[in-house]
Design a binder for this molecule. Structure first.
Ligand code: ATR
Length: 279
């Protein structure tokens, strides 16, 4: 019988995950289908009961359910538990087990760009859900230091307190981060600032970058945010959010099927889906 996979979120119609995963199922001749489910917060509990009843094989979880799903699951992977957010669920013999592949997807994408982490001074911009996953996973790799710059400092302090992998770190405001920018080898932008349609916005000025610095923005719409454009003008290497999206999906696919999928195929599928976006 065809296996059912899916993604739950609100909104969900713009998700690129169904096209990406269904293409992989076809490519690897797996008898399965991946369906987007528009689930409001008030229907989340019922939706998970329904998933159990129909024996869904696995699903992804996106905004706004990544935290709310946790008490509805049977088990949590330790990293997902520490992060406090789940983006991938696997049905293991009737048990729903929650994982977080966002942060590991980000790190895999970064390593794919030939960027090492353990000798780096890192600045994370933002302290929301995405930043938590990324912070914890980079911290696990042991960077030299990793500071956080966020509008609300308490959220950044919370990440430092909760992170199970301790690295030297400070919380900075925007001005402090801009003034000490020359110190960092790697800057990771995790906020929604600069995302379509507000593409002229920038979370911090990058005019004082260290020579050879690398700037990664998890936004992929537009493919090149104003931050990344400015970073290029200031001589930095850059990466957009496509890698993180593709690798988090690849890790979920591998968890569900045991197959390590073709990353380039996935990237092309996503770029086709995004079609027409300017670089
Ligand atoms: P996500 O799960 O996508 O990370 P989130 O948890 O809502 O979303 O976090 C959004 C991040 O973008 C936070 O770092 C937020 O800053 P605050 O913690 O101060 O709210 C940041 N952010 C969003 N809009 C912002 C704005 N207009 N100015 C500065 N920071 C902003």
């Amino acid at each position: 019988m065809k296996k059912l996979f899916g993604v739950i979120g609100d909104p969900i119609s713009h998700s690129m995950s169904p096209a990406m995963h269904n293409d992989l199922f076809e490519f690897y001749s797996i008898d399965a289908h991946y369906q987007p489910f528009h689930i409001s917060s008030e229907n989340l509990t019922d939706a998970i009961k329904g998933f159990r009843a129909i024996g869904i094989a696995g699903f992804n979880v996106t905004v706004p359910h990544k935290e709310a799903i946790i008490p509805l699951l049977d088990e949590l992977d330790p990293l997902a538990e520490a992060i406090g957010a789940v983006n991938t669920v696997k049905n293991q013999d009737g048990k729903l087990i929650g994982y977080n592949t966002d942060g590991s997807g980000f790190v895999k994408g970064l390593l794919n760009q030939k960027q090492s982490i353990n000798d780096k001074k890192v600045l994370i911009v933002g302290a929301g859900g995405a930043a938590r996953g990324i912070y914890f996973t980079i911290a696990k790799e042991g960077p030299e230091l990793m500071d956080i710059c966020n509008r609300t400092p308490q959220r950044a302090e919370q990440i430092l307190n909760d992170c199970p992998f301790k690295v030297p770190a400070r919380v900075l405001n925007r001005q402090e981060a801009e003034e000490s920018l020359e110190k960092y080898d790697l800057i990771v932008q995790t906020t929604s600032i600069g995302m379509h349609p507000e593409i002229s916005r920038i979370p911090l000025s990058v005019h004082k970058l260290k020579p050879g610095a690398f700037v990664s923005d998890i936004i992929y719409n537009p493919l090149q945010t104003r931050l990344l454009k400015d970073a290029v003008e200031n001589g930095a290497g850059i990466q957009n959010g496509i890698d993180m999206f593709v690798y988090q999906g690849a890790l979920a696919f591998e968890m569900w099927t045991g197959i390590e999928p073709d990353i380039e195929r996935m990237r092309q599928k996503v770029l086709n889906q995004l079609g027409g976006l300017s670089c």
